[in-house]
Write a protein of this length. Structure first.
Length: 350
């Protein structure tokens, strides 16, 4: 059902944090060759992520009907893994998929934000309809929103605070002519956000003609209310050093929707892949995905892995650490968090 003319906030709904309890997770199945990597490798990495999540909670694999049959070459489609056939263009369901909102009575609904292929960089005729189609499949209320918004471009604490990069959310290729204030009003009305904390930029490597223009999921996410994990780097010659330091300064000065200063935990480890066609790609540990009782972390045998996993285990002591390869994801500019989307616990609102 479409919520005709109403907003989630008016109906008492807001967005919970990624670390809130999940009903299930969604992962979209690769359709075509990724921009710089092989389709088989991408599918193997997606299958590894799906298998890891399924140890902790149900997973819905969203697949284009034309390629759904290929899943059986990589996965067993049996409980707790289900198939939902929906036409798709790409695999980044964090960005093109639904954003779920909840109310205090445990009701869940979908917000369908327009998706324009990361600023018209990629085809998106199917992807821009995924949110509504998942809402229909779940018989769940759907709120069409005016703001072009991608889930990988922000992080919320579940208590009214959102962090986003100016590089991404103020980019005119998303919402041309929109002021910062207008964007904040839409975030308030559709996600229940009371305070937006603006950092500057994402990773340097997340810029250019095939990028997301600096999504937050590669640089910062809330660990819990009042506490964030921030990507920084030790090497001053790394081109990300200055941007990371500026993000650190902004977060250390910020307060959240409840007036609290943020505790900022730096993760100053940023491994890179081995050279692929002469290029090394970052694999940020910050782009992990929290599940019920666990956390799925990219780890590719880099020298930094052991230290990063040890530190994450201390930061998230109540969650089991599970690791997955993500070289193909890194080559295409993403990570585990980019190909996943959580549905919070609750009953669908009609």
């Amino acid at each position: 059902m479409t919520a005709d003319g109403r907003t989630p906030l008016a109906d008492g709904l807001s967005m919970p944090a990624r670390f809130s309890p999940h009903e299930r997770s969604y992962v979209a199945w690769p359709v075509i060759d990724e921009q710089r990597w092989s389709l088989d490798t991408a599918r193997r990495e997606h299958a590894a992520v799906i298998t890891a999540i399924a140890r902790f909670e149900p997973v819905t694999v969203v697949a284009h009907p034309d390629v759904a049959a290929t899943i059986s070459d990589y996965l067993d489609l049996s409980d707790p893994i289900e198939l939902l056939e929906i036409p798709t263009d790409d695999t980044w369901i964090r960005d093109n998929g639904p954003i779920f909102v909840t109310n205090r009575s445990g009701g869940v609904a979908v917000v369908a934000f327009p998706f324009n292929g990361w600023g018209e960089k990629a085809k998106h005729a199917n992807d821009e309809k995924i949110s509504e189609r998942i809402a229909t499949a779940r018989e769940m209320r759907c709120y069409p929103a005016p703001l072009c918004l991608e889930g990988g471009g922000f992080s919320v604490d579940g208590e009214g605070t959102l962090i986003a990069t100016e590089q991404y959310l103020l980019n005119p290729n998303r919402n041309p002519g929109w002021s910062r204030e207008k964007i904040e009003r839409e975030l308030h009305d559709y996600l229940g956000i009371e305070k937006v904390i603006w950092v500057g930029n994402g990773l340097v490597e997340d810029s250019g003609p095939v990028s997301t223009d600096g999504h937050t999921d590669n640089v910062v996410q809330f660990i819990r209310p009042g506490e964030v994990l921030l990507q920084t780097v030790r090497d001053r010659s790394n081109p990300n050093y200055d941007f990371c330091q500026e993000n650190l300064r902004r977060l250390e000065r910020a307060t959240d929707a409840n007036g609290r200063s943020l505790e900022v935990i730096e993760l100053d480890l940023l491994p890179y892949t081995e050279p692929i066609n002469g290029v090394r790609y970052p694999v940020p540990y910050v782009n992990y995905y929290v599940v019920n009782g666990g956390v799925i972390v990219p780890a590719n045998g880099a020298p930094e892995d052991d230290e990063a996993l040890e530190r994450l285990a201390k930061i998230l002591p109540d969650r089991e650490i599970a690791t997955v390869p993500s070289v193909a994801l890194a080559v295409d500019g993403g990570g585990v968090g980019c190909i996943t989307q959580q549905q919070p616990v609750g009953a669908p609102l009609s």
